[in-house]
Write a protein of this length. Structure first.
Length: 309
């Protein structure tokens, strides 16, 4: 569903930019090129506005305040990264890397992983993670959280199904890797299913664990649930067993243009890891994040023991 929507958006944008270029080229090549660039790179302007808002909203947050140089670096990184995700991989490559759940691709006894994407994304978000897992013997499943604008609670059965399949394929509790809203969906699954014993570890990348300032502008169900200190988030944190947050590693950035104030992406008692000068989507594809996360697949795999950070 989301792939079709993003195909329509991408192709419409390209058509509009091309039409502008052709229409104005004879009368004013400068205007033609300027309009073309503005249509193609318009999202970069919104990104810049988000980063400026981040710096001011984050002024009283305990996390390090980003410098203008760090914000500029994050803006450039996201400008290069986001179009690959939203205009290529997700619209046109959602089936490029199918789930790996059976022999000979899977070797029993090697831990598997469940990937859970965030808001307005689909399973193709994880392509740079799935490709290096091919041929390693590790089972994996990348879910599609659909409908895309439903309640986060509606995604619990999808995650449950993926966890069951990966566990059956590998014989071990899986690693969960979650970007943005996907981390909240994983927490909702843990709470609903009381599933601490069924997961090896949970890694979240830029997840608004305590909400985000930008969610105040959302009018869809899952967007409203991510409002700062909102009722859904408060209920999610109610009555937690003391060991749950020890299952988490939370990567977060002082330049996250979507999840701010910055410290809202952390959990008390978790292994919270700060990265500087990385924007929201960019954060998920940094080599050190990918390498450190996938290394968890071989941790305690032979004994099935759980990692507590």
């Amino acid at each position: 569903m989301l792939a079709r929507l993003q195909q329509f958006i991408t192709l419409s944008l390209l058509a509009a930019a091309g039409a502008w270029l052709v229409f104005y080229w004879k009368s004013s090549p400068v205007l033609a090129c300027a309009g073309f660039v503005m249509l193609i790179l318009g999202c970069s302007a919104f990104l810049a506005m988000e980063l400026v808002a981040l710096r001011f909203v984050n002024s009283n947050d305990p996390a390090p305040r980003p410098s203008w140089r760090e914000l500029t670096s994050a803006w450039l990184g996201e400008t290069l990264t986001a179009p690959l995700v939203f205009c290529w991989r997700q619209p046109f490559r959602s089936r490029a890397f199918p789930d790996q759940l059976s022999p000979p691709s899977v070797v029993p006894g090697r831990r598997g992983v469940v990937f859970i994407h965030g808001f307005f994304c689909n399973r193709a978000f994880w392509a740079p993670w799935l490709k290096p897992l091919q041929g390693t013997g590790h089972a994996y499943a990348a879910v599609n959280l659909e409908p895309p604008f439903a309640s986060i609670d509606d995604y619990v059965p999808l995650i449950e199904d993926a966890v069951r399949q990966v566990t059956a394929a590998s014989g071990l509790p899986p690693l969960l890797v979650c970007h943005s809203m996907g981390g909240l969906a994983a927490r909702a699954w843990l709470q609903t299913m009381q599933a601490e014993a069924r997961v090896h570890h949970v890694v979240t990348l830029g997840t608004p664990h305590r909400g985000t300032w930008l969610a105040r502008f959302s009018h869809v169900a899952n967007g409203r649930q991510m409002r700062l200190a909102g009722p859904w988030l408060q209920q999610l944190g109610h009555g937690l067993p003391p060991e749950r947050h020890a299952l988490f590693t939370c990567w977060y950035s002082n330049c996250d243009n979507i999840v701010f104030p910055v410290s809202t992406a952390t959990l008390p008692g978790a292994d919270n890891r700060l990265l500087r000068a990385a924007a929201h989507v960019q954060l998920a594809f940094l080599p050190q994040v990918i390498q450190a996360t996938l290394a968890l697949l071989d941790e305690g795999a032979q004994t099935g023991s759980k990692r507590h950070s």
